[in-house]
Design a protein around this ligand. Structure first.
Ligand SMILES: Nc1nc2c(ncn2[C@@H]2O[C@H](COP(=O)(O)OP(=O)(O)OP(=O)(O)O)[C@@H](O)[C@H]2O)c(=O)[nH]1
Ligand SMILES: [Mg+2]
Length: 209
């Protein structure tokens, strides 16, 4: 199983011209504000404050790059769905994220995070459509699994598997994994899946129609 031995913040990117010069494979963390992206990233690296996590939604505004094991990147994308964000900024976010996904090659795997207690939001569904369209392999990570009793969690997992059956069988969804930073539920599964996808051949670039 993949062991993370080093993790360092590299840079924040607000514009695709600022992407790191040294292209390496990327593992993306995507989801609405407050869903637990930074917490998941920290947990995978066994670090408390590598990615700043807070109770103030919408705090991460840039695409944040972290170098892992001096060989690949963890990439924390800005959270979406925060009601107080002005419309103009929301449009900027959409353009940035879609252009980011279009680049082809370097994205090895995306983690699409959804709160295990909730239904996917329209923006979550839009993100999944983009990931399928641009042929980015992704996992649905059901976060904060400690907040649900086991019986409810397995029901929710089944409901997600049923709802996203076609994405799992014909699309780019590679699995649905419950996760908790509190209990470390799902951590070893995610490390195994990351390792497997880092070994896969990169996808081709695909143009928008
Ligand atoms: N109980 C519990 N709380 C969690 C878990 N993961 C995250 N949280 C809490 O949820 C809040 C948001 O977590 P973050 O990791 O900052 O969320 P984020 O997605 O990075 O948020 P933005 O950067 O604002 O987009 C924090 O108060 C975390 O402590 C979890 O697995 N269990
Ligand atoms: Mg964050």
């Amino acid at each position: 199983m993949l062991k993370i031995t080093s993790a360092e913040f590299l840079q924040g990117v607000a514009d695709l011209r600022q992407l790191p010069k040294n292209e390496m494979k990327e593992i993306l963390f995507i989801g609405r504000s407050n869903v637990g992206k930074s917490s998941l990233l920290n947990k995978m690296c066994n670090r408390k404050n590598l990615a700043r996590s807070s109770s103030t939604p919408g705090k991460t505004r840039e695409i944040n790059y972290y170098i892992i094991n001096n060989g690949f990147y963890f990439v924390d994308l800005p959270g979406y769905g925060y009601a107080k964000v002005p419309e103009q900024m929301r449009a900027g976010w959409k353009r940035l994220i879609e252009d980011f996904l279009k680049r082809g090659g370097p994205i090895a795997l995306a983690m699409q995070l959804i709160d295990s207690r909730q239904e996917p939001t329209p923006l979550d569904l839009m993100m999944m459509d983009w990931l399928d369209y641009y042929e980015v392999p992704y996992l649905l990570v059901l976060t904060k699994s400690d907040k649900l009793p086991n019986s409810k969690l397995s029901k929710q997992l089944e409901a997600y598997q049923e709802r996203f059956h076609s994405q799992l069988t014909e699309g780019c969804c590679r699995g649905i994994v419950p996760f908790s930073v509190v209990t470390a539920d799902g951590k070893s599964d995610l490390l195994k899946l990351i390792e497997r996808h880092l070994d896969e051949k990169p996808r081709e670039k695909k143009e928008a129609v």
